[in-house]
Design a protein around this ligand. Sequence first.
Ligand code: UDP
Length: 332
Amino acid sequence: MGDIGHRVLVTGGAGFLGSHLCDRLLARGHEVTCLDSFLTSQRRTIAHLEANDRFTLIEHDIIDPIELQTDAIFNLACPAAPGHYQAEPMHTWRTSVYGVDNMVEVARRNQAPIFHSSTSEVYGDPDCSPQPESYRGNVNPIGPRACYDEGKRAAETLLFDARRRGDVQVKVVRIFNTYGPRMHPYDGRVVSNFIRQAINGEDITIFGDGSQTRSFCYVDDLIDGFLAMMEGPEDLSGPVNLGNPQERTILDLAQRVLEKIESSSQLVTKPLPPDDPLQRRPDITLATDRLGWKPRVDLEEGLEATIEAFRGLDLEDWTPPTKYWQGPPLTD
Ligand code: UDP
């Protein structure tokens, strides 16, 4: 088993997943440097950490080179909600390509392992289900999602070339839809949208006919998977799928949220965004066999925790602050 070392760099550390990872690393006694551009993340997700003397925050965009001392890197920096990554598509692509290149350089100089958050989006609109890591994907390279999907694919290429050259130790996971407390209520993603809409009594927006599927993983399970991967067998570079294989239709998700919140919101349909994958479900055999990892929190329990967290927010205070918050363009 690998050892993470004491000083850990988390890029995108103020994001939804990054802030949970910073919490977990600090609780384990690490010294954590959080790098974040704050283009889509929020200072409030890490406000509770700023007084911790083992926590350092650096405002920085990984597109620009940086020199840092560290024992390990978790590279999570990249807008991930479709509305965010499509708002500045070339910036998204650069984050995955130039940004990852810069982080590989930090890893090489420090001889530190680099963990990279890739995505189920590398599979595009898959024509097999569930998706194993060996599936090479079905991505439209010129569509509105391509800045993210192809950027993340190129990042994997870069990381595995660096590994082959012996420059760095890499650890790549492909993350499937994840939800939980600290999602931004206006990030435009389905779980955050449905919960916010149901609490506020807004219409629940079903894109398409709602028969498309996703498999939703609770954030705590995912962070367990990150740590298991980073501390896992040295020869395991991945990519390794991390996600919850329980597949649901979007309509089913809407009904569950409505029932739990006892909301009178109405379901309304909106056009399906271009290239929206019709199905998505991880094959997690590799993670289970090599890392002993599998998700523990089912959708019912995870939704309840997320709803409770959303109920505690002053939603008025979270209105979209920047151009990254206008929601996904629905047409090409
Ligand atoms: N979706 C929806 N209503 C919304 C937001 C999303 O029906 O208000 C659908 C979206 O079209 C997609 C699925 O929910 O089929 C998941 O969307 P999300 O943006 O959360 O993530 P994706 O998996 O597409 O990256």
